[in-house]
Write a protein that binds this ligand. Structure first.
Ligand code: CP
Ligand code: NVA
Length: 322
């Protein structure tokens, strides 16, 4: 792509980088790909996709590598610490070089400003594979899983319990609002969502028919919910484990909490799970848990996202993106 074209390159750095219509398109494509897993090969050539990690990963690493291969492409998995970035080459210079080689860049890193810097210098799409602030690829898989169970996402209530300030909570707020869901975050003081992200999610929800709420009472948050979600209480890079466990224990997802949800409610957890901390084993391994479908759907959702992004030529429309 030349410079003029790169101004229109679409990135997926946070959940609201896709409009409601675009998010639905990607989810529709993910469903179609899931039904014909080996029959869709737009990256045949093969097109290379660089997948960089500054943090550990099992699911994200495997699902991107598998998915890029199934699209007919060549996955290049790089532990960023072993690249020249680990010796201080700038993010922008790395992006300039990668753009001359690969069709897309996927990166798991710490600060959101790092992936924004990558995107700003990249002539190819950049995908957020988790930052401290967001985990948008995970939410696409979660939405695909919810649609499989309920036939829709809009109008459903998703209640998330635990660390309301982490990447999953923020992505449920933004991605759920884009999807027209009612998103409840149940968390104690000191673990509340970023106020700017909460404000943005509320603004989007007004336009999509969804809503966002932050609650300090776990039972109230669970009442009548269609989807119960949680995540580790100690995210990668965080310390103070004992204090965090003590603070978050009232927000544990257990049988009593599940009993307050709607009949037919499902449990989501992005994994890895820590049984008897954020979720009890009976619930995680019980009949309402769909966590293995959810983990499988990382593959289908990311194949859809990557192929959608590399073929998207239209600039993001201000109206369409809300
Ligand atoms: N859910 C998720 O992103 O898992 P990994 O950290 O194993 O990639
Ligand atoms: N919140 C977790 C998600 C892991 C997939 C973390 O950032 O470690």
């Amino acid at each position: 792509r030349n410079h003029a074209e790169s101004a229109h390159v679409r990135h997926f750095l946070r959940d609201d980088d896709l409009s409601p219509a675009e998010q639905a398109q990607v989810l529709d494509l993910a469903d179609a790909i899931k039904k014909d897993r080996y029959g869709y090969r737009p990256f045949e050539g093969p097109q290379t996709v660089a997948v960089l990690f500054d943090k550990p990963s099992t699911r994200t690493r495997v699902s991107f590598a598998t998915g890029i291969g199934e699209l007919g492409g060549l996955p290049l998995i790089i532990d960023a610490g072993t690249s020249q970035m680990g010796r201080g080459e700038s993010i922008e210079d790395t992006a300039r070089f990668l753009g001359r080689q690969v069709g897309a860049i996927v990166w798991r890193t710490a600060g959101q400003e790092r992936i924004e810097a990558m995107a700003s210098a990249s002539s190819v799409p950049v995908v957020n594979a988790l930052t401290d602030e967001f985990h948008p690829c995970q939410i696409l898989a979660d939405l695909q899983t919810i649609r499989e169970r309920f036939g829709r996402v809009d109008g459903l209530t998703l209640a998330y319990f635990g660390d309301g300030a982490n990447n999953m909570a923020h992505s449920y707020l933004l991605g759920g609002a884009v999807a027209g869901m009612h998103v409840r975050i149940a968390a104690p003081a000191g673990y509340l969502p970023d106020s700017e992200i909460l404000r943005r999610a509320g603004e989007i929800a007004v336009r999509t028919g969804g809503s966002v709420a932050v609650l300090s009472d776990a039972g109230e948050a669970a009442a009548g919910a269609d989807v119960i979600a949680t995540d580790t209480w100690v995210s990668m890079g965080q310390d103070g484990k004992e204090q965090r466990i003590a603070d978050l224990m009232p927000f544990q997802v257990n049988a009593e909490l599940m009993g307050r949800a709607a009949p037919g409610a499902i449990l989501l957890h992005c994994l890895p799970a820590y049984r008897e901390l954020e979720v009890t084993a009976d619930v995680l391994d019980g009949p309402q848990s769909v966590v293995w479908d959810q983990a499988e759907n990382r593959l289908h959702a990311q194949k859809a996202l990557l192929s959608w992004l590399v073929s998207a030529t239209a600039p993001a429309s201000a109206i369409d993106l809300l």
